[in-house]
Design a protein around this ligand. Structure first.
Ligand SMILES: C[S@@+](CC[C@H](N)C(=O)[O-])C[C@H]1O[C@@H](n2cnc3c(N)ncnc32)[C@H](O)[C@@H]1O
Length: 291
């Protein structure tokens, strides 16, 4: 086992929210006679190795039964495979070949009963999803968790997920990283601008984050462009963009803070299935509100 070092208490908060949603989803899809006829897929597109190691500055909040501090925490795949109710298929995508191999071994050792339904794919998440979505049939339903470290998710991927009409999506949106790419004095460099356009799928972020102000002096008027945005308005812009393509979007994101109470990420939820969107948004919003 080679656990990855990342996260903090906010990581547990993020995983708890996704886990609560999956429990509610599986309850509905196993108990409801019509929904139980559908094939349930779970996709963890930034799957990791299954375990993570506490970062050095992370408070040790969890202890084992003897009261000793736990050094390792379960990652998203372990949490999902440990649920009582099951998905029919688990698609676990991890670009790093060492992590993918560790993940595969961990599943074989610790979840032998579910191993036959798991496929570990060592590939870029965007490339995998574009191919995989095209193979889904009318009876497939999917929950996808996109949990990247940074800005690895492309807008074109999100658009395809929305068009599938089959996907419920939880995505960790890197609001603080986006904010760091937006200089106070004026728009970012060409390279960063391209990345932001790839992330949001539009150039509209320019007018949104850098509204033009006209300043009058004694003789003339001067047009000034200055940043007017914080991490929550960056996240709101992403929620509005998702609302343009998905059937429904939870109106509020779950804000994940670092130990100094600065927002790091926003966990967002969107539903692509027009029929299922309303209850899905209600459940996700309840979880976001109580997390
Ligand atoms: C934040 S970690 C995921 C943690 C995991 N969800 C968990 O709870 O344990 C992000 C993972 O995504 C992988 N990764 C980074 N870029 C990727 C990409 N483009 N496609 C697929 N995996 C990627 C990294 O190697 C890393 O293991």
């Amino acid at each position: 086992m080679s656990p990855q070092k990342f996260g903090g208490p906010w990581t547990e908060q993020k995983l708890a929210a996704v886990e609560a949603y999956l429990k509610a989803y599986l309850k509905i899809f196993t108990a409801n006679p019509i929904a139980s006829q559908l094939t349930r897929h779970y996709v963890d597109a930034f799957a990791g190795s299954g375990w993570r190691q506490w970062a050095e500055d992370e408070p040790q909040l969890w202890t084992d039964e003897e009261g000793d501090a736990l050094r390792f925490a379960e990652g998203s795949v372990r949490k999902v495979l440990g649920l009582k109710e099951a998905f029919h298929r688990y698609w676990l995508v991890e670009k790093n070949s060492k992590h993918a191999a560790d993940l595969e071994a961990m599943i074989g050792n610790d979840f032998p009963a579910r191993a036959a339904n798991c496929t570990v794919v060592c590939r870029d998440a965007n490339d995998f999803l574009l191919d995989w979505l095209a193979r889904l049939g009318a009876k497939d339903r999917v929950v996808i968790f996109l949990d990247p470290y940074g800005m690895a998710v492309r807008w074109t991927t999100l658009e395809k997920l929305a068009r599938s009409r089959k996907v419920d999506l939880w995505m960790l949106f890197p609001s603080a990283s986006v904010l760091r790419m937006l200089p106070h004095a004026g728009p970012p460099s060409e390279a960063w601008s391209r990345r932001l356009t790839e992330l949001f799928g539009t150039e509209d972020w320019r007018d949104e984050f850098y509204p033009k102000d006209v300043i009058m002096d004694l003789f003339d008027s001067i047009e000034q462009t200055q940043r007017k945005v914080d991490s929550s308005s960056v996240a709101d812009f992403m929620l509005r963009r998702l609302g343009e393509v998905f059937a429904g979007v939870a109106p509020k994101a779950l804000v994940l803070y670092n130990s100094r109470r600065s927002p790091l990420f926003h966990l967002v939820f969107a539903a692509a299935n027009p029929k299922g969107a309303k209850p899905a948004i209600r459940i996700a919003s309840h979880i976001i509100g109580t997390s």
